[in-house]
Write a protein that binds this ligand. Structure first.
Ligand SMILES: C[S@@+](CC[C@H](N)C(=O)[O-])C[C@H]1O[C@@H](n2cnc3c(N)ncnc32)[C@H](O)[C@@H]1O
Length: 253
């Protein structure tokens, strides 16, 4: 669904907009040598809850990039309430043009961010491109669903097959892109259930409150499809991984 409205409704009641806990985020980032004042780019920041956590807990200065204005509004509200010590700047843009002008950062995050580079769908290609925007010795934190088992035709039709990997496949793709795998963690089933049912409840409530809205029918069909897919296939067939890679300090090019 191209509109930002469904994305906004899906995520308005989430804190982290992925099947991911702060406990896992912290556990993985404990393995990154980050200092107060380091710069981070959070590509596809959603409501900027993670960006704000990075600014508050780690003192990072974060550029939080979001393609949809309606979602960026949520991000600004979160960021404005933060007392630092790090700073958060919300940037409304797609990730690729942002990176072209942004220079390099110490920590680059892409957590559940689809279509980072429309012409580079496989993680290996995306990792190789993202690496150019990270300082030598800096880090990529990548979060995405992974295949627990070969996907059914139905899952393939909804989630582009080549975009996702197995858990081992993401680590291998990072290595093939010249990144050093540092740590990887996997979300729990409870994280997935919470993520999916929060989304469902938010959209269903909006439909109940706005039955005459011209988009209500399409949103009802979309959330019903997502609910069935989650219960029948995603819950068994997909996990969610968080992968920390380091850019070699002496990298060439
Ligand atoms: C699943 S949400 C995750 C948000 C956040 N990373 C988190 O984990 O809480 C993905 C967000 O990325 C945004 N997004 C997806 N692709 C993007 C792109 N290419 N450039 C900028 N934002 C993008 C979406 O609009 C959405 O708000």
């Amino acid at each position: 669904m191209a509109s930002g409205k469904f994305t906004y409704l899906s995520y308005r009641r989430h804190r982290i907009c992925n099947p991911l806990s702060f406990e896992l985020l912290e556990r993985v980032l404990n393995y990154a040598d980050l200092r107060t004042g380091d710069t981070a780019f959070d590509l596809g920041c959603g409501n900027a809850v993670i960006a704000t956590w990075l600014a508050e807990r780690l003192g990072l200065n974060v550029k939080a990039v979001e393609r949809f204005e309606s979602v960026a509004e949520l991000a600004r509200a979160t960021a404005d309430a933060s007392e630092g010590p790090g700073a958060i700047e919300v940037v409304v843009d797609a990730a690729a043009p942002f990176l072209e002008r942004a220079g390099a950062c110490r920590l680059l995050l892409a957590i559940g961010t689809v279509n980072l580079f429309p012409d580079a769908r496989e993680p290996l290609e995306a990792f190789a491109r993202l690496k150019r925007s990270i300082e030598p010795g800096g880090y990529l934190l990548w979060g995405d669903p992974f295949w627990r088992r070969p996907p059914s035709d139905r899952l393939r039709a909804v989630f582009a097959n080549e975009r996702y990997q197995t858990h081992a496949g993401y680590v291998a793709a990072g290595e093939a892109a010249g990144l050093t795998p540092v740590y990887a963690g996997v979300s729990t089933e409870a994280d997935w259930d919470d993520y999916s049912w929060r989304m469902n409840a938010s959209v269903e409530d909006w439909i109940t409150e706005n039955p005459a809205d011209p988009e209500a029918g399409a949103f009802q069909a979309q959330i019903a499809m997502m609910r069935a897919l989650y219960l029948e296939e995603v819950r068994q067939g997909m996990g969610f991984g968080l992968y920390l890679f380091r850019v070699p300090a002496n990298r060439a090019g």
